[in-house]
Design a binder for this molecule. Structure first.
Ligand SMILES: *[C@@H]1O[C@H](CO)[C@@H](O)[C@H](O)[C@H]1NC(C)=O
Ligand SMILES: *[C@@H]1O[C@H](CO)[C@@H](O)[C@H](O)[C@H]1NC(C)=O
Ligand SMILES: *[C@@H]1O[C@H](CO)[C@@H](O)[C@H](O)[C@H]1NC(C)=O
Ligand SMILES: *[C@@H]1O[C@H](CO)[C@@H](O)[C@H](O)[C@H]1NC(C)=O
Ligand SMILES: *[C@@H]1O[C@H](CO)[C@@H](O)[C@H](O)[C@H]1NC(C)=O
Ligand SMILES: *[C@@H]1O[C@H](CO)[C@@H](O)[C@H](O)[C@H]1NC(C)=O
Ligand SMILES: *[C@@H]1O[C@H](CO)[C@@H](O)[C@H](O)[C@H]1NC(C)=O
Ligand SMILES: *[C@@H]1O[C@H](CO)[C@@H](O)[C@H](O)[C@H]1NC(C)=O
Ligand SMILES: *[C@@H]1O[C@H](CO)[C@@H](O)[C@H](O)[C@H]1NC(C)=O
Ligand SMILES: *[C@@H]1O[C@H](CO)[C@@H](O)[C@H](O)[C@H]1NC(C)=O
Length: 450
């Protein structure tokens, strides 16, 4: 009879004063259950305590045997349930107690685990002294499986574009001698850091951490972590996939106008704003540029206009979500028989730039010879220009000789002055005709020089 059994019998006869714990001669600590892969190894983290009344007996012993019992504790009737005895070499299960029993560490490894090992197990200690006990109150359940468990990945519920994010993938390592290898499939390059970690119940896990900075292009892309378990001479894999949810401010915001050809007053025009964003755009705003300043004209994605005379001009839209906002490029709403401010502006800039370039080039070529004459000429042609600038420019077109090219430089220069000086004073109607004239003049300048 063991101590446990003695105490248990006495406990039955003494009326209800003994607590369960006072009856335990051996108190083991181990996980409640373990999932393991067949053909792999299994490490059971195990420690034990011995109540004070028994510990002197335990301390006297010089030989300690760690014993595992399968399915039940009554090995007296059924010796086959003793599947492992650390003092015997011919145990049913191939294994080893790697913990130091004298230090109350009963950590055990079983090798070549078979599916038939699935069961509950009890731990027992036999010494060469009087101390012998089974912990009948604590069992561990072993589940042997053919496929490895699926790794776990940290829920990166939402990640923000441009903000570094770290993801952990964790795979249990029931056989820490042959831990699984973790590999990542990521939409971006990253170097994972892997380490073997101890869980609170002393079992081991392999944890791999990757850090990367997501871009909005990676939204909805999959991330996969694959665990490769060595099994015998082969391997088994298990993987987990997560879809990235990258929050980003509106991108590719563009404004379009339908129809895109000049429309007549009184007809309908659709201004459409498009954008991609996560979370989706909550707020579209349409602006019209009037007198150089943007004015809000609509808070809808699609802005339908019944065109009036004043509606022509430049428009843009702005898309907003929780993360930020983005403005589109400007688009022109052209109205039949009306000004084209955009093209005018563009031609003005291009023309002005060409003129400045010409002047620079011509000054570089001729300025040095003509230096004394230059200020005088400026004054003269300035007056000339006010009288008839169009003729001047027609002259330029015809100009072929060096002398004429020189004049050209002067006159083009005045053309530019004229543009900046006169424009603000003009009424739109006058400006239209005048500007169109200038527009063609500038075009001619370009043609002439190239
Ligand atoms: C048995 O040994 C442990 C240390 O190994 C000690 O803490 C304990 O007090 C000893 N028990 C007795 C009854 O001597
Ligand atoms: C302890 O057990 C081993 C075999 O497991 C045996 O050879 C040795 O004699 C034993 N020692 C004592 C003191 O019982
Ligand atoms: C384990 O082996 C030891 C040494 O051979 C023996 O004294 C002990 O009774 C065995 N335990 C069981 C439960 O068979
Ligand atoms: C028990 O022994 C194992 C194997 O040597 C070791 O990894 C573990 O840390 C030990 N446990 C304690 C509580 O010392
Ligand atoms: C990932 O694991 C590392 C240790 O490997 C830990 O320091 C970190 O807190 C973990 N991160 C998350 C999000 O769990
Ligand atoms: C991403 O993973 C899901 C399952 O998690 C799958 O249905 C989907 O096809 C995958 N997408 C891509 C692009 O691989
Ligand atoms: C403008 O949109 C409305 C409905 O959204 C559609 O019926 C109409 O044909 C569109 N007009 C143009 C010019 O695209
Ligand atoms: C635009 O408005 C004018 C005047 O309010 C109306 O006569 C015309 O039918 C409208 N055009 C459209 C396409 O709704
Ligand atoms: C939409 O955005 C504009 C400016 O971007 C703001 O004035 C307006 O209040 C917003 N509307 C809503 C419903 O959030
Ligand atoms: C705006 O128009 C686009 C394209 O015509 C359409 O896909 C979208 O659903 C419309 N949006 C609203 C709010 O009507």
């Amino acid at each position: 009879m063991t101590y446990t059994e003695n105490v248990f019998c006495i406990g039955l006869f003494i009326l209800g004063v003994l607590t369960v714990h006072s009856q335990r001669a051996l108190i083991t600590t181990m996980p409640d259950e373990l999932n393991v892969l067949s053909d792999s190894c299994l490490q059971i983290p195990c420690a034990f305590e011995i109540p004070n009344i028994y510990s002197s007996d335990f301390n006297k012993s010089t030989n300690i045997s760690g014993v595992w019992l399968k399915g039940a504790t009554n090995f007296g009737n059924n010796p086959s349930i003793v599947i492992f005895n650390s003092s015997e070499t011919d145990s049913t299960y191939q294994g080893q107690i790697i913990g130091n029993l004298f230090k109350k560490n009963c950590t055990t490894v079983f090798y070549n685990v078979k599916n038939s090992y699935t069961d509950k197990y009890f731990f027992r200690i036999d010494t060469n002294g009087p101390y012998r006990a089974t912990d009948t109150y604590k069992q561990i359940e072993i589940f042997v499986q053919d496929v490895p468990p699926i790794p776990t990945m940290t829920d990166s519920v939402e990640v923000k574009e441009g903000t570094p994010v770290s993801l952990n993938c964790s795979a249990v390592a029931p056989c820490p001698e042959h831990p699984p290898k973790l590999t990542w499939t990521l939409p971006t390059k990253s170097t994972p850091e892997e380490q073997l970690q101890e869980n609170p119940d002393q079992t081991k896990s392999v944890v791999s951490m990757v850090t990367f900075t997501p871009s909005y292009l990676q939204n909805k892309k999959n991330i996969t972590c694959t665990a490769v378990y060595p099994v015998g001479t082969s391997y088994e894999t298990a993987e987990i996939t997560r879809t990235l949810n990258v929050l980003f401010s509106p991108k590719d915001t563009s404004a379009s106008i339908s129809p895109s050809v000049p429309v007549s007053v009184g007809s309908c025009v659709n201004l459409t704003c498009s954008s991609t964003a996560n979370p989706p755009v909550t707020n579209y705003t349409w602006f019209r540029i009037s007198e150089g300043k943007p004015t809000q004209v609509s808070f809808t994605q699609n802005y339908t206009l019944n065109v009036t005379v004043e509606d022509g001009g430049l428009y843009y839209c702005e898309a907003t979500n929780d993360v930020g906002f983005q403005s589109s490029k400007e688009v022109l709403l052209p109205i039949k028989g009306q000004d084209k401010p955009v093209s005018l502006l563009v031609y003005g800039i291009v023309g002005g730039f060409s003129v400045i370039m010409l002047i620079v080039i011509l000054i570089a070529f001729f300025g040095w010879k003509r230096k004394p004459r230059f200020p005088e000429q400026l004054e003269r042609t300035d007056n000339h220009l006010e009288q008839n600038s169009v003729y001047d420019n027609q002259d330029i077109v015809k100009g072929k000789t060096e002398e004429q090219a020189e004049d050209q430089s002067e006159e083009i220069h005045y053309g530019e002055i004229d543009f900046s000086k006169q424009r603000p004073k003009e009424t739109p109607a006058v400006a239209k005709d005048r500007d169109q004239g200038q527009e063609s003049e500038y075009s001619e300048v370009k043609v002439t020089r190239r």
